[in-house]
Design a protein around this ligand. Structure first.
Ligand SMILES: [Zn+2]
Length: 195
């Protein structure tokens, strides 16, 4: 893990000491073109569903962008080359995953299932509802779905475990919302829309 971090640090011009401090975070944000004090406020779910938010109408595939994840992600056992998300969240997704890699390293990511990708863009309704899911705008992502299904509660949901605390803090620092942390269900799911 220390090696992974040092490798990233080398790339972004920070002393490769393997420790993620404020300097590394600052350099990472700069390298990714993000503002330094970025904890953006995203629209609410209701605003997104109105079709009048910054994310526009649902199902607009031309608004999506394919990004190369900073560490390997696997969808149904196959490594994915890119993931497709709304262009307005792409930098945040990339930055968050880079911070996850810097914090956990590859081996820990593997152990916690943070590399098991459950999909992002999908034109569909929310589970158990007729309203469109935030996935229909490409602003939601699922991880480790097999062990964090909609109905699996803490502490059975693996992403509710204490060693995933930093995972959620990283996403939340980019303004994303965890349904597990805020509602107690659907621990696989995070979205760039407030509840
Ligand atoms: Zn989801």
């Amino acid at each position: 893990m220390k090696n992974d971090i040092a490798c990233i640090q080398k790339k972004i011009g920070v002393t490769p000491d393997g420790i993620v401090g404020p300097q590394t975070v600052r350099a990472l944000k700069q390298a990714l073109g993000l503002p330094q004090n970025s904890s953006p406020t995203w629209p609410t779910q209701a605003e997104v569903r109105s079709g009048k938010s910054m994310f526009g109408a649902p199902g607009c595939e031309h608004e999506l962008t394919a990004l190369v994840p900073p560490y390997p992600l696997y969808f149904e056992g196959e490594q994915v080359r890119t993931i497709r998300v709304h262009r307005l969240i792409a930098l945040h997704v990339k930055a968050a995953l880079s911070e996850v890699l810097a914090h956990y390293g590859q081996a820990e990511i593997r152990r916690l299932g943070l590399d098991i990708y459950g999909g992002s863009y999908n034109y569909r309704s929310s589970t158990g509802s007729s309203a469109l899911s935030m996935h229909a705008w490409g602003i939601a992502l699922d991880f480790a779905p097999a062990t964090n299904s909609y109905a699996t509660r803490a502490p059975r949901a693996t992403l509710s475990h204490p060693d995933c605390e930093r995972w959620w803090q990283i996403w939340e620092s980019h303004g994303a919302t965890s349904l597990g942390r805020s509602r107690g269900y659907d621990w696989m799911h995070l979205q760039f829309a407030r509840l």
